[in-house]
Design a protein around this ligand. Structure first.
Ligand SMILES: [Zn+2]
Length: 168
């Protein structure tokens, strides 16, 4: 039987549902957050559990919107489509697109320096991968061209040989 934590880990692809860092990124398994806190009758149901890194879990704490004006609900990464509420800028910082999105970023401090640095690294890695893919494609094209030239050359040599031997 799998534990609730293992199931949460699997549902969230071994990544923090709030900030997106993975087990591998931080070199450890993450924690499990009760989206609706236990102190507010949040249950241990899978649906209420979010796989979360220790820092996001700490920033979220036992937040429940009903207790805090202006009562903005915290987005649930398993239920809400985060991409509709926030986007990543080219500088690696998240920007809120909605009130909930802006609140989510502020509450969980999703623009903390190490996270922004992590996003910039991911962007740089993606750019490098694209450049590498483009270079590989170019190499393949050149190899094909060389092989075509070689076979053209071979057939030319054959033709010359045929020509020369017929003249003898
Ligand atoms: Zn996190």
């Amino acid at each position: 039987m799998t534990s609730a934590r293992d199931r949460a880990r699997e549902r969230f692809g071994a990544r923090c549902g709030y900030c997106g860092v993975s087990d591998v990124d931080i070199g450890s398994t993450l924690t499990v957050d009760h989206h609706r806190p236990r102190s507010r009758d949040g249950r241990d149901d899978d649906e209420n559990l979010v796989y979360a890194c220790p820092r996001c879990n700490e920033h979220k704490g036992s937040y429940w919107h009903e207790d805090h004006p202006p009562h903005v609900p915290l987005l649930h990464p398993g239920r809400d489509e985060l991409a509709r509420h926030l986007r990543e800028g080219t500088d690696g910082r998240l920007q809120g697109l909605t009130t909930e999105g802006t609140f989510f970023i502020e509450k969980l401090r999703l623009n903390r320096a190490p996270l922004v640095a992590h996003r910039i690294q991911l962007r740089a890695a993606a750019t490098q991968r694209e450049a590498l893919d483009a270079a590989r494609t170019r190499v393949r094209e050149l190899e094909q061209r060389i092989s075509r030239m070689r076979s053209d050359f071979d057939s030319t040599v054959e033709e010359i040989q045929r020509h020369t031997s017929s003249k003898r």
